[in-house]
Design a protein around this ligand. Structure first.
Ligand SMILES: [Mg+2]
Length: 255
């Protein structure tokens, strides 16, 4: 049995704040690849991320949902005005919009990836600069490395995009699993066979609850990133999950 130690990190909302990039790439995907008759993209829209988009972001699990949200926000007729109605039935609303437009989620994910690839080829620097790293987390990964603890990234983003951004910060984790690798819980389950997992930092509470409720992974210490894209209600009733603040990352590394 291996005793290789590893610490797991989610990517979006934990290592980087990519809010501007999510908006930018999703809007570009809508403009270039979606072919929707209900929108016309004004270039001014790229300048500022609407608050409604920021407010809905904590409900997003997969990238394709962002394309759908941007589309609903910029539609010429009946755009989302009341975000509460939308998020109160978030999952059902997403499914309904897919159906009404005859979209399939995989295709939306493909055009989001395509939009990112397009920007990377055109001007990598500009694209990468749309992300703001949380330097405390970058330092934490470096500190762990000094202590011979490896870092693993589990994200619902495409692997190549997370990889390119991390490289920019000089971070080369032991592995990066993207959405292509399946659910986070399955990935964590597999990893427990070969690693001693010292912790998992994630900003999606439901993912951490699933980890805690699964017999194979329930021993993993789970931390909810206070600095990530949280819903207000996420901060309460955490049970075995710890709410972690950026300033307390240092103590965590000192294990
Ligand atoms: Mg996240």
């Amino acid at each position: 049995m291996s005793t290789q130690k590893i610490f797991l990190f989610d990517f979006d909302g934990v290592i980087v704040d990519g809010m501007y990039e999510y908006w930018h790439s999703s809007l570009l995907a809508c403009e270039k690849y979606l072919n929707s008759p209900y929108i016309s993209v004004d270039q001014k829209l790229y300048k500022r991320v609407p608050n409604t988009f920021k407010e809905i972001r904590p409900w997003v699990k997969y990238g394709w949902e962002m394309i759908l949200i941007v589309h609903e926000l910029i539609k010429t007729e009946n755009p989302i005005i009341n975000k509460d109605d939308f998020i109160n039935n978030y999952h059902q609303n997403c499914q309904k919009i897919l159906k009404d437009n005859s979209w399939i989620s995989e295709d939306l994910q493909k055009i989001l990836d395509k939009s990112r690839k397009y920007q990377i080829e055109k001007d990598f620097e500009t694209w990468v600069n749309l992300h703001n790293p949380f330097f405390e987390v970058i330092n934490c990964i470096e500190e762990l490395k000094k202590r011979e603890v490896k870092a693993g990234i589990i994200t619902t983003k495409g692997k190549i995009f997370a990889e390119k951004i991390l490289k920019q910060f000089n971070i080369y984790p032991e592995f990066i699993f993207g959405y292509e690798s399946g659910t986070k819980i399955k990935i964590a389950e597999k990893l427990t066979q070969n690693y001693e997992i010292l912790g998992f930092i994630e900003d999606r509470k439901k993912t951490l609850i699933d980890i805690k409720e699964n017999a194979e992974t329930s021993h993993i210490p789970c931390y909810l990133a206070d600095w990530g894209y949280l819903k207000e209600s996420d901060r309460y009733n955490l049970n075995e999950i710890k709410l972690l603040k950026l300033k307390n990352l240092e103590n965590l590394v000192a294990i």
